[in-house]
Write a protein that binds this ligand. Structure first.
Ligand code: PLP
Length: 368
């Protein structure tokens, strides 16, 4: 049996909500020779990303490819998108991070907090925007710390009623795993990182920007250099990297776009993720609730890529994740203060319903 066949056989047991498991066929593409970072081969490599990037973000407008963790694009969003004051919607650790980056970059930050597992609803957003004079809103679409999915389309509707307010969206665990309609919903900035629902190793950030965000950015003098939105948009438009890129990850990204096409396109990818959410919900109704698990987020507000469950009395998220790890299966304990009371299953990227059912069976065996 070849090494890659053995690896393929063991694939499907690693369910962290990022970094997620990388398929052996994708991993194999990373070990190709380097090419010049300026030149014909790079032009072709990056030029070939245009169509699939448009399809990924559902936009004909501006696209960006950056060499950084997704957090780099959170900082870009603030530096290039916020003039003075930003309203940050916070329902978990990543919403909190976006707000903290706003403060670290010297902007005024107004926080709109909801309890862990909840999402800011459109009427709450309208009320907050009426009360405070902000020029941008940050929101985490799928809050990976709680498994809650914000009603992004309706939130975007509200933001449109306020003049010159940019909507900056952390789509790190929603893009490629559930519907994100950048142009149709009127999102000004959306980004993700390669290690989440794109199922690549970490290291690249992908993004999409609206024309009015680009205009705004051009009027903000101190946007920084390495994470400047304007530079990134121009570079992608010209089929050039901003700096020497992580070339192996670009090979991986090209391969992953090809695999997405072959599997029926981005909508088919979304629907496989929906099937995985449905699988967890069905297991909860059938078995999980009887064992003492309960969902942290409400029905209709559950992420398609990460499920966060309260663990039964007498168990801890940490201990459950450790004992599963000893049996060769990986899921995550809760994040931050939710660490003892919850587990998180990252069903994203290239995972399938069958693999997820395997994990749920293992989890069940831990309780019985
Ligand atoms: C993982 C994650 C991030 C941070 O990604 P990095 O690549 O580690 O910077 C930000 N937001 C959300 C919602 C995430 O899940």
């Amino acid at each position: 049996m070849s090494v890659s066949a053995i690896m393929t056989e063991s694939f499907g047991k690693f369910f962290l909500p990022g970094p997620t498991e990388v398929h052996p066929d994708v991993l194999a593409t990373l070990s190709q020779p380097m090419i010049a970072h300026r030149g014909r081969e790079m032009d072709e490599l990056l030029g070939g990303m245009r169509r699939p990037m448009k399809e990924l973000f559902r936009t004909q407008k501006f696209l960006l490819l950056g060499n950084c963790a997704a957090t780099g694009f959170m900082e870009m969003a603030i530096r290039s998108g916020v003039r003075h004051r930003v309203l940050s919607l916070v329902g978990g650790a990543f919403g909190e991070r976006f707000a903290a980056i706003g403060s670290a970059c010297g902007r005024d930050v107004v926080k709109l907090n909801v309890p862990l597992g909840k999402t800011v609803e459109p009427d709450m957003l309208r009320d907050a925007l009426t009360r405070s004079d902000v020029d941008a809103v940050t929101v985490v679409h799928s809050e990976t710390a709680t498994g809650a999915l914000a009603p992004l389309e309706s939130l975007a509707e509200v933001v449109k009623d306020f003049d010159d307010v940019m909507l900056l969206v952390d789509g790190v665990t929603s893009v490629a795993g559930s519907p994100v309609e950048t142009e149709k919903w009127g999102l000004d900035f959306v980004f993700t990182g390669t290690q989440k629902a794109m199922a690549l190793p970490p290291g690249l950030a992908l993004g999409a920007a609206s024309p009015r965000l680009l205009e705004r950015a051009q009027t903000i003098p101190e946007r920084g250099a390495y994470l400047d939105l304007v530079t990134h948009v121009k570079a992608f438009d010209n089929g050039q990297p901003t700096n020497t890129p992580t070339i192996p990850l670009l090979y991986g990204l090209r391969e992953q776009f090809k695999r997405i096409d072959e599997a029926g396109g981005i909508e088919a990818r979304w629907s496989r993720h929906k099937d995985m959410l449905d699988t967890v919900e069905a297991w909860m109704a059938d078995r999980g609730e009887k064992l003492g698990f309960s969902y942290l987020p409400d029905e209709e507000r559950r992420s398609w890529t990460v499920s966060c469950l309260n663990v039964p009395e007498g168990y801890s998220g940490r201990d459950l994740s450790h004992s599963l790890r000893d049996k060769g299966w990986t899921l995550a304990a809760g994040y931050g203060e939710l660490r003892p009371s919850t587990i998180r299953i990252g069903h994203m990227g290239d995972h399938t319903v069958a693999e997820l059912e395997g994990l749920l069976a293992m989890l069940e065996a831990e309780i019985e």
